[in-house]
Design a protein around this ligand. Structure first.
Ligand SMILES: NC(=O)C1=CN([C@@H]2O[C@H](COP(=O)(O)OP(=O)(O)OC[C@H]3O[C@@H](n4cnc5c(N)ncnc54)[C@H](OP(=O)(O)O)[C@@H]3O)[C@@H](O)[C@H]2O)C=CC1
Ligand SMILES: O=C(O)C1=N[C@H](C(=O)O)C[C@H](O)C1
Length: 234
């Protein structure tokens, strides 16, 4: 597979290592919005850049029929437009707030626990905590937002918030600590006990491997997909 890396930072470099180990060719690695000329020969693009650049990058990629994997978080208000561009250009696109197998299993566990807890939310108060390295630009993390959405879809709770509290709000606490690749904790606390589930990434390797597996999967497809499709989780 001939891959273009759009965003050659911490994740771009981790993804390159895995692509090369799996026998793929990295034909482009840039830290700017690609030009049409640069995209010639790119079969699949993997976009891990910064929140403010993701939309422009994805627009160029999809308008040039490049199949695209996007892991950049913190820009999702324009996801609808990107989905429309994917369909209009008959190409293929996967976004995931987290590409690791472990977190995608954790997303399913979170939904199942939320379904069980819904009738006990008078007794148990929920909270989400996420911890990341100090260079992270967005808060809360994309993964924490996906976890909150999984809980909202399976309970009578109304919304999530970084700073507000209330009976129907899921509070998310975002901590920034040097060198932490990504930790997510969900707690249900009553007067007598706490139920807690957590996922701790030990490095960026799991995110990077998941993005490469998604690129390999989308290579011969058209349409909008998720990691649930790639990993056949449900
Ligand atoms: N979905 C997932 O599984 C994961 C998602 N992420 C997300 O991926 C993103 C990148 O993370 P990470 O690699 O750690 O961040 P880094 O800051 O290490 O890398 C971002 C890179 O993007 C480059 N860049 C700047 N402007 C542009 C542009 N216009 N187009 C393309 N690239 C550009 C930066 O270059 P320069 O330094 O010169 O500005 C930098 O090299 C973040 O949004 C993060 O939240 C991270 C891990 C896993
Ligand atoms: O910025 C990061 O590093 C990470 N970002 C993603 C997120 O916002 O959820 C995924 C992972 O937690 C690492």
């Amino acid at each position: 597979m001939k891959v273009g890396l759009i965003g050659y930072g911490k994740m771009g470099k981790a993804i390159e290592n895995i692509l090369l180990k799996r026998g793929h060719e990295v034909v482009l690695k840039i830290s700017h919005t690609p030009t049409v000329e640069e995209l010639k020969g790119v079969e699949v693009a993997i976009e891990f850049s910064k929140p403010e650049f993701a939309y422009d990058n994805l627009k160029v990629l999809l308008e040039n029929n490049v199949k695209t994997i996007c892991g950049t978080t913190g820009w999702l208000n324009k996801q609808g437009e990107i989905n429309q561009l994917t369909i209009a250009n008959k190409t293929a696109y996967i976004y995931a707030s987290n590409f690791s197998l472990g977190v995608n299993l954790f997303f399913e566990l979170n939904k199942q626990l939320a379904r069980m807890m819904n009738k006990y939310l008078n007794d148990y108060k929920i909270n989400i905590e996420e911890i990341h390295h100090t260079q992270k630009l967005d808060a809360p993390s994309g993964t924490a937002i996906t976890l909150a959405e999984g809980i909202l879809d399976n309970t009578n709770l109304n919304t999530w918030s970084l700073d507000e509290t209330g009976d129907t709000i899921i509070p998310i606490e975002a901590k920034r600590i040097e060198n932490v690749p990504g930790t997510h904790i969900i707690q249900y606390t009553s007067n007598v006990d706490t139920i807690e589930i957590s996922h701790t990434a030990h490095s960026r390797e799991g995110f990077a491997l998941g993005a490469v597996i998604a690129a390999e999967w989308i290579w011969d497809k058209q349409g909008i997909y998720t990691m649930n499709d790639v990993l056949e989780l449900n």
